[in-house]
Design a protein around this ligand. Structure first.
Ligand code: OSB
Ligand code: MG
Length: 370
């Protein structure tokens, strides 16, 4: 495939309700939508950067810069026989994983379409439906949290993750457990604690949680190993796993027993699959995290999560949990059994509605080969 045109769009979409975590409150999602054209085909990808360097050190501006000035010039106008050969050209770029993942996603969609297969099949996925869960932000009151969770259980979700933060942790979890004794429940701290909080974290052991996600430092592996020794509940790492080497270190040290994989965080599908395979070889389950993607990123997540070792439900929820109107059709839905269908059409398998994409575009830039 010869890459003839690449387009970047800074998009801004309003969430149906504000999403609060230990990192702050979000009312809008601003991402970069990447479009790659070649051989008469179009591929789409979503770069899950945020405007501020909070969850990740990358920002919308750094990703735009790295894409525009390095990654796009590396491949524009060139001919590639597979995704890997296009990635290899930009292999010298260190870090900036979200920027790289957005471009890899668009290229992979284009190559899957060229092969006439779904992205799921192209990546090695086998399942036609995947188990999904929902990530519930911090709420103004405990009563509101219980009400929101009840609504999601009605929607069919079988696994609930709640965000916790210092002062808004054990009492919340106990209240949720009292109200819903049997649900699969997990918590996500987004790095809000230190080893000084071990006592509170140990008290979570009595709440029958599936896992505690990223309790300590966003780039820590060692302290998590000390904490995991004190806990019966599995720790799951999100922020501190950037690549397969980190995953191997974390598993060897006993820093976690489960890993959350997000292609944006680790630099794309290829690295995600390496981590998936590494965990599978050690009997460690993984699950697919989320970054409040639009339907373009969500379609990619669903396809990746159809690989066999994504055995725990992902943070891949129905479109209506995030947006009143998405930029793709059809909308993603969750069934009463807590599963979501994996699109089977070519590539990402959903249609990008250009008029809606245009409406959420704040700024765009377009790069063409001579
Ligand atoms: O830590 O998993 C996280 C959203 C943005 C950044 C980090 C996280 C999240 C979520 C939402 O938890 C997951 C989703 O439903 O997309
Ligand atoms: Mg997380």
């Amino acid at each position: 495939m010869r890459i003839t045109r690449i387009e970047l769009r800074h998009t801004k979409m309003e969430l149906v309700s504000p999403f609060e975590t230990s990192l702050g409150v979000e009312r809008f999602e601003e991402h970069i939508i990447v479009r790659v054209d070649g051989d008469g085909l179009t591929g789409w990808g979503e770069c899950v950067v945020e405007p501020t360097p909070s969850y990740s050190y990358e920002t919308l501006q750094t990703a735009w810069h790295v894409l525009k000035d390095f990654l796009i010039p590396g491949i524009l106008g060139k001919e590639f026989d597979c995704v890997g050969s296009a990635l290899a050209v930009n292999g010298w770029v260190r870090g900036h994983r979200m920027a790289r993942a957005g471009l890899e996603a668009a290229l992979t969609d284009a190559f899957a379409r060229a092969a006439g297969v779904s992205l799921s099949a192209f990546l090695g996925g086998r399942r036609t439906r995947i188990p999904v869960g929902v990530s519930v932000g911090l709420q103004p009151t405990t009563a509101e949290l219980l009400r929101v969770i009840a609504g999601y259980l009605d929607d069919g979700y079988k696994r609930i993750k709640i965000k916790i933060a210092p002062g808004r942790d054990i009492t919340l979890v106990q209240a949720v457990r009292r109200e819903f004794p049997d649900i699969h429940l997990q918590v996500d701290a987004n790095s809000a604690y230190t080893l000084d909080d071990s006592e509170m974290l140990r008290s979570l052991d009595d709440c029958d949680l599936q896992l505690i996600e990223q309790p300590l430092g966003y780039d820590d592996i060692f302290d998590h190993s000390l904490l995991q020794r004190q806990l019966r509940t599995p720790i799951c790492l999100d922020e501190s796993i950037y690549n397969t080497s980190d995953a191997r270190a974390a598993l060897a040290l006993g820093s976690c027993r489960i890993i959350n994989i997000k292609p944006g965080r680790v630099g794309g599908y290829t690295e995600s699959i390496r981590i998936h395979d590494c965990c599978a070889s050690q009997g460690v389950p993984v699950w697919h995290g989320g970054m409040d993607e639009s339907g373009i990123g969500r379609a990619g997540n669903v396809a990746l999560a159809s690989l066999p070792n994504f055995s725990l439900p992902g943070d891949i929820s129905a479109t209506k949990r995030y947006y009143r109107e998405d930029i793709v059709e059809p909308a993603f839905e969750v069934d009463q059994d807590g599963t979501m269908a994996v699109p089977s059409g070519p590539g990402i398998g959903v249609e990008v509605i250009m008029e809606r994409l245009e409406r959420v575009t704040v700024h765009k830039d377009d790069f063409r080969s001579a």
